[in-house]
Design a protein around this ligand. Structure first.
Ligand SMILES: *Cc1c(COP(=O)(O)O)cnc(C)c1O
Length: 850
């Protein structure tokens, strides 16, 4: 019989084990190895079987066992020491506490958070990145508050049927079985967040609270009796449904999220956020809720917009236009014509998301466009992706060169304590006396080649064991009690060069590029002297049959009896699998269509464990590849079409494996060690570990974006928002007057036959129309000029006002040093100038000489 309802009865721990309960309640256990080992001691078999989930473990463990542990002095003392360590971690000053004037709090919004495999609230890279962001923020002492949704079913569980076809199931998650608590008012009633909907309806949500180390994470959940069945389903699953369902999720995340923070602040009495960071466009409505609040304080929409922009950061994650949420205008109109956002006019909302540029669709509302208009600061997630984003969104700043579009980049990083295998941590701790793998001296003689290679082999073996268990379990699921075939016990070999490849399966990631020349791949896999083995995993979007067909093609290829020990597709890629997969591979393969991989983080996680990367020069690899940390697959940009490009890139990949990677891996000395390969490992660990760590990323966000945003926010709200009112009025005046401004005439002199070291004198006469000299910056823009007169290596030099007579053009002048020989070109550019602008391109207004 099936149960009609299922819930988890929380264990009551013996009083002497209270520390164990406290440790389970804070998600620091997801990355704190000593705490994980304590849970393992509770019941090692169940700990494994339950996927390292302490709440489930404590729920299922035999009460007699708990009594036994409560009587065990050592165990109790260890638990208490760990709890004391946790309390110290939560309270002690860390990196951030050494900064001056840093924001009192930062709110971080994301539609998904990947923190631990026991909490499946993520689908892939975006969510794992958000989880890593919270964890590093906690480690650095950054006062972040995370905001997301609680999904009843999370992302799907993947199985592969006999024909190689992906099947999805959506196991329901019981909130009572997770380390979280309902947010309650002082009087104990549950906090309710309410959003007004069309037709007088309303959507209600409760708020869950998780402790991720020092960081609080709030998750909104509509599955409560106050809602109709349809509204209870709004948070049913991650990215469920299309149009309206998605819109409801995003309204809840953005608008509901800000309301949840307000409730949390009231209850906790802690400081309010000064900066709002939106991880991709899905949470963009948060800015509208803040505008509504400011309108209630007496500001106009446009004045409120200035305040919100000052303290908002928008991070874009996709260079693929199809990856951006767009809604029909009609839908937005319907939802925002209600009492949803008091004081906010629906036409102002529509204007923020309008694609009013060349090639835009006037009928849709674009969440990324709104995100950029609501944020004074924006970034992509690798240098290359920053550049691609400047190109992709450049039409919002017409007249500016791509390089001047105000979108910067912060390259992603990964949380080292989560993603470094405990065997590596143990090695560093034993030999170097530190737990900090990302700053350890991996070149040190204190770690011998033998020891390092032994750990690398152990991690490969761990992966082999795990892969066999997963394949056997998948077999049993499909075939019931029939025993798995014996070859499954010989699947993979812990001494063979192992290549890993795991990703979601959108087309640009090219899951099946490796199958381009099946005969060649077969030869690599079955080489008698230098064999290669492949471990592959990945989920296709449930609605993407094309992606499922790619998985099927790979699975069918891997079923060939001659190959099946050397190539395996592991179903259900998730955090638990990933933690064994990355460390167990010698080579991490990535072959996206450049430049469509915004950053890519799986290769980073592999590198932290000493795997070498083999990748197209895309995302992070484009800036970190240095010929010693792996191999670059050359991009066939000149290929005539996609098929030719695939062929060229696949062949380059086979060539690298055959002629460089396998020979180096199998080149052993008398001690059986691949010394050259080991050098590459040490180089990778010592140079990349600090760079790829999420601590580096979060520190960059703090210093380059959060701190300036908090400053801007403080300045603009001073004096009852006077600067915001002034800025708003100034922007309207400048926008209105801009068409009357032009560069009338430019003169230069001071160089007869120019030589290095000379100075060029420039005078620019600017017809200001209705504007004042103080409203503008006049700059010489100069650099190398190519044959088409396009400037490269561009620099700018401000010109100073020298005269301004009524009725005459204003004259600006200055000198430009000629510091480089060769062709030189310059132009004069006028942009709006105001102390509260973060960037000269901000208004999208520019005038140049012709
Ligand atoms: C890191 C990770 C990803 C993202 O990897 P990318 O290389 O950024 O695509 C996806 N899923 C899991 C389980 C991960 O650990």
């Amino acid at each position: 019989m099936k149960a009609i309802r299922r819930f988890t009865v929380r264990t009551v721990l013996p009083e002497r084990l209270a520390a164990v309960g406290d440790l389970a309640a804070n998600l620091r256990w997801s990355w704190h190895e000593p705490t994980r080992r304590l849970f393992e001691r509770v019941d090692p078999v169940r700990w494994e079987a339950l996927g390292h989930d302490p709440i489930a473990l404590l729920g299922e463990v035999d009460p007699a066992r708990l009594e036994q542990l409560a009587a065990d002095e050592h165990f109790v003392a260890d638990a208490e020491a760990l709890r004391a360590d946790l309390h110290a971690y939560l309270a002690e000053p860390r990196w951030y506490q050494g900064l001056e004037n840093a924001p009192a709090r930062i709110a971080y919004f994301s539609p998904e958070f990947g923190i631990a495999s026991a909490i499946p609230q993520y689908s892939g890279g975006l969510g794992i990145l958000a989880g890593d962001h919270l964890k590093s923020a906690s480690d650095l002492g950054v006062p972040l508050i995370g905001v997301g949704l609680f999904y009843r079913a999370g992302y799907f569980r993947q199985a592969i049927d006999r024909d190689g076809w992906q099947k999805e199931t959506y196991p329901l998650i019981d909130p009572d079985g997770l380390p979280m608590q309902m947010l309650r008012e002082h009087d104990g009633t549950a906090v309710r967040i309410t959003l007004a909907l069309p037709g007088g309806d309303a959507m209600h949500a409760r708020v869950w609270q998780m402790a991720v180390g020092r960081v609080v994470l709030l998750l909104l959940d509509t599955d409560i009796p106050e809602n109709s069945d349809a509204l209870r389903g709004v948070t049913d699953r991650l990215y469920g449904g299309g149009g309206e369902h998605r819109l409801l999720q995003e309204l809840l995340l953005g608008i509901g999220g800000v309301r949840a923070i307000k409730s949390y602040l009231e209850v906790s009495g802690t400081p309010a956020p000064e900066v709002f960071h939106t991880n991709e466009g899905h949470a963009g409505f948060l800015g509208l809720e803040r505008i509504s609040d400011l309108i209630a304080e007496g500001l106009s929409f446009d004045e409120a917009l200035q305040v919100v922009r000052a303290g908002t950061l928008f991070t874009t994650h996709t260079p693929v236009p199809a990856g951006i949420d767009r809604f029909e205008n009609g839908l937005i109109e319907r939802y925002f014509s209600t009492g949803l956002l008091p004081g906010v006019d629906v036409h102002d909302v529509l204007g923020l998301g309008r694609e009013d540029y060349d090639g835009g669709d006037p009928g849709v509302f674009n969440m990324a466009v709104m995100g950029l208009r609501l944020a004074q600061r924006a970034n992509g997630v690798s240098q290359l992706h920053g550049d691609v984003s400047r190109g992709m969104f450049g039409q919002l700043w017409p007249g500016f060169d791509q390089a001047d579009v105000p979108i910067t980049s912060v390259t992603n990083g990964v949380h080292a304590p989560t993603w470094t295998d405990p065997l590596m941590v143990r090695l560093v701790h034993e030999k170097l006396g530190t737990y900090e793998t990302s700053t350890a001296d991996w070149a040190s003689d204190a770690i011998s080649d033998e020891e390092l290679w032994f750990v690398r082999r152990s991690m490969r073996e761990q992966l082999v064991t795990d892969a066999r268990a997963r394949v056997a379990a998948a077999w049993s699921e499909e075939n019931g009690s029939v025993a798995p075939p014996s070859w499954m016990n010989e699947l993979l070999d812990p001494d063979v060069l192992t290549i890993g490849f795991a990703r979601r399966v959108p087309t640009y990631k090219r899951l099946t590029l490796m199958l381009h020349d099946e005969a060649r791949l077969r030869a690599l896999l079955t080489d008698p002297e230098r064999p290669v083995q492949l471990v592959i995993a990945g989920k296709s979007h449930p609605a993407d049959d094309g992606g499922k067909a790619l998985i099927q093609k790979l699975v069918q290829f891997s079923q060939d009896p001659e190959l099946r020990r050397r190539i395996v597709f592991l179903p259900n890629y998730d955090i638990a699998m990933a933690r064994l997969l990355y460390p167990g591979t010698d080579i991490w393969l990535n072959n996206p269509l450049r430049p469509l991989e915004a950053c890519g983080t799986s290769g980073m996680k592999a590198a932290l464990n000493g795997s070498l990367n083999l990748s197209i020069l895309d995302g992070w690899w484009n800036e970190y590849y240095d010929a010693e940390n792996g191999w670059a697959i050359p991009t066939a940009d000149s290929a005539g079409d996609d098929a030719e490009r695939d062929m060229l890139e696949a062949n380059a990949m086979y060539d690298l494996i055959e002629h460089q990677i396998a020979p180096r891996f199998y080149d052993r000395d008398a001690d059986g060690l691949p010394r050259r390969w080991l050098q590459n490992i040490r180089h990778t660990l010592s140079t990349l570990s600090p760079e790829l760590s999420a601590d580096r990323m979060v520190a960059e966000y703090v210093q380059r974006l959060y701190m300036p945003a908090a400053d801007a926010q403080r300045t603009i709200i001073a004096d009852h928002h006077a600067p915001a009112r002034e800025l708003s009025a100034w922007k309207s005046r400048v926008r209105a007057g801009w068409s009357s401004l032009s560069v009338a005439h430019v003169e230069s002199g001071g160089v007869e036959s120019p030589q290095l070291g000379d100075a060029l004198h420039v005078r620019a006469h600017i017809d200001l129309g209705s504007l004042e000299p103080d409203d503008v910056s006049v700059d010489v823009v100069f650099g190398r000029a190519d044959e088409g007169d396009d400037l490269a290596d561009v620099r700018t030099q401000a010109l100073q006002l020298v005269s301004h007579e009524i009725g005459q053009p204003a004259t600006f002048a200055g000198t430009v040093p000629l510091e480089r020989s060769g062709s030189f070109g310059y132009n004069v550019r006028v942009t709006p100038r105001h102390a509260l602008l973060a960037n000269p391109a901000e208004l999208g207004l520019v005038a140049v000489a012709h």
